[in-house]
Design a protein around this ligand. Sequence first.
Ligand code: ATP
Length: 380
Amino acid sequence: MASVTYEHVTKRYRDTTAVHDLNITVEDGEFLVFVGPSGCGKTTSLRMLAGLEEVSAGSIYIGDRRVNDVPPKDRDIAMVFQSYALYPHMTVAENMAFGLKLRGLPKAEIESRVRGVAKRLGIEHLLHRKPKELSGGQRQRVAVGRAIVRNPAVFLMDEPLSNLDAKLRVQARAEISKLHMQLGTTFIYVTHDQVEAMTMGNRIAVMKDGRLQQVDTPHTLYTRPANLFVAGFIGSPAMNFFQAKLREQEGTLWVDTGAFRLPIPPHQAEPYWQYVGKSVIFGIRPENIHDPQYQPPGIQPARVRAKVSVAEQMGSEVILHLSAADPEGILAEQEFVARVDPRTELRVNQWAEVVFDMDRFHLFDPQTEERLGSTQALFS
Ligand code: ATP
């Protein structure tokens, strides 16, 4: 077991900087997920740690050993690739045993380790098969098994579930989380899928254009995203954003979008008074907009009039697409999405009032895109 540290790590290719000055410490035994859109530098970050890419500047440590110049095989890591990279001409048992054989472990020990791990992963009955005789889910387990038998200090996983269908992915996600808890080893996992990141990571490192945007627990990323990008990336359906101005009227602070105005409750307003008269971006998640008929108790309701353009029945909830027009009809309509109670009677083309929970909003600076009042927890 070991911690991992990236210290001012940069990776440059000829005309691209894939990773800019990455600083992050992954604690011993932690499950850290790198997440971000395609091309954000997450795979490159993992491959530098694995020793498959050289580091252009900065240092990477596994435990307290600087590994920049240590060959991959001596780094005490095991990696599961998206493609699984199983040897097609070898059986499952031979694939799993391969790394141990190279290291010269005694035959009896190899056999016992392979059998033990195969049993734990439920693939014992497949040990004699070749990869082509396995389903996608079984291949994925073999790839994980091959990593586990090596008993490494750190597990690296690069999109190991992306070849599985949706149902299997949910199951495999839970299996990997369980495995992490049982082994207690440091896991570093790369995915573009924010749901995977949220459900599996102890902490999540969100990247964009080679730069780390925020690293924190799933709960903090969700409730206090550091900037507009993280706010829009984490959560599905995505957070709604509105261009707005902050105004003061009779001692109350208001968010004015042009189409509608929302009062900021006094107990939330303190960090924002300094922005009166300024443009802001107001953010609210779809689940914090309610059908007033079914609004939960204890929220800070503010009513907004809007027309329902689409209603998606999901069974456990209804996703409403709404548009709010300003009273004079001058501004373009403001589109937004609400996740409401499935018993809602709101229908397409109907004008309705929905309720924004003003205890659960976010404000961002339109220029810097940073969160405003970020030191203040808006809600827990
Ligand atoms: P994906 O999810 O698509 O794999 P990613 O976030 O993992 O994306 P990286 O593969 O780390 O992104 O790539 C980061 C940037 O570095 C991209 O702009 C990519 O084009 C560039 N890049 C990656 N490998 C090389 C290479 N060998 N030569 C030149 N540029 C590269």
